[in-house]
Every structure is written in structure tokens, then in C-alpha cells.
Design a protein around this ligand. Sequence first.
Ligand code: BGC
Length: 250
Amino acid sequence: MNNISFGIDIGGSGIKGARVNLDDGEFVGEQVKIATPKPATPDAVAETVAEILRQEKWDGPVGITLPSVVKDQVARSAANIDPSWIGTNVNELFRRHLGDREISVLNDADAAGLAEVSFGDPAAATGAVIFLTFGTGIGSAFLIDAHLFPNTEIGHLLVGRKKAEHQASSAVKDREELSFKKWSKRVSKVLAEYERLFSPRLFIVGGGISGDHERWIPLLTVETPVIPAKLLNRAGIVGAAMAVTTHLAP
Ligand code: BGC
């Protein structure tokens, strides 16, 4: 087992990391989770990442996800994280806290999409596929024959009068105490708009709520097939670990 890498997934409530076996996409040992510091400023978050790596005694390359646009290794948006991330050169930031090693930072949904393509349903790797994560926001990864077009951010697309993620994320379902029936109508409306604009051959839906997929995927009314993600909450970490090994640094 020498094809091992390390992935870190930075989320609003927790920062999680694990060694990943890149031959099968499984974790090697347990994942470590530390609560996201408050406020989640770049330095505080980077120090938490350093703590995870110290605990795990990992000094090799690290892939890291962020819930923001990452272009040329600079964070360009901060929808659900501290605004001070905008304009931060994340590669420099993590290098300062983690020492001189290879680091790739990428959007969380992009990382999860890449992981699904490699270790999820084989259908994910063929043709035009839109991968979506439903959580605090709606994250997206556009995939064409297993290649990623990064930073698509269609959770921020206006559908009707509101952004997609402000009406159909799983956080909105919780906040408004929507039943699966009511919430799935909103998801259908959002997917119908994505279908109209991008005509993918497949939607793959991830995020924690995809664990309950039997309760809502059958209620969706779009024509395009919708399948649940296979890796569930493991996807971000696995995709991050893959990104650094393939030197992907959008
Ligand atoms: C952010 C995306 C992120 C998604 C899921 C959105 O609000 O803009 O960058 O991928 O949430 O975390």
C-alpha cells in the first residue's frame, strides 16, 4: 500500500482529514475531525489543518478543499465562510502553516465530483455530467468524460427570483422544516433550470442528504436521470487527496 495520499475537507462546522488509498478510494485508518474555529479566518483554519496533520503524523503532500471559488490558488468567493478568505492566496497561506510540501487547494464540490468519477458509479465518467452537493449551499462540479471544468458555482444561479441554494439547499430544508415532498419540488425546479441551460446526460447528487436519497430522488420530475453519489461525506477528502497527487491546482 504505497499509493497513499492525504485529503482535508474544510466545511462550515468541521474540518476533516484522512489518509486515502488512491487505488480504491477508501480511507486508511479513521478520519480526524476538528470543529471549524470561530471566526473561521484563514489563519485560524490553516492552524487547525496543521493540527490535524500533526495528530496524524503526516508530512507528505496534502490536498485541501474550500467552499469557495479557487482560481490560480487564490480564493475568490466566500458564500458560507468568513469574508476574509476573499483574495487570500491559499497556497501561500497553507505553506506558511504546513511547511514546504506540495499542496493543492480546490473547491469542495469540484473535489467531491472528481472522487465520484473515479470511485463512484461508472456512469459518472462518461459524457456531460453535473455533480451537485446539497448542504449549507449547493455546490457543483461540471464533468465531461471524467475531466473537470472547475468553479462552476451554479448554486448561485438565479432560479425564479432567488439563488438556487437559497431555496433548495438542505440547510434551507432544515431551516424551513420542509418535508421531503415539499423540498423535492424545489429541487426539481432548480434541476429543471440546469437541464434547460446545460442539457447534461446525468445529474449526480451528493452531500449528507443523499444518504436519504430513497425519500426524495424518486419524487423529482426532471427528464434527465438523477443518481445518488456513492461516496457520501467521504467524497471531499478523497477528491482532495486525488487532486494533490495529480498536481491539480485550479
Ligand atoms: C459555495 C461553493 C461551494 C458550495 C458547497 C456554495 O455556497 O459558493 O463554492 O462549493 O457552497 O459548499
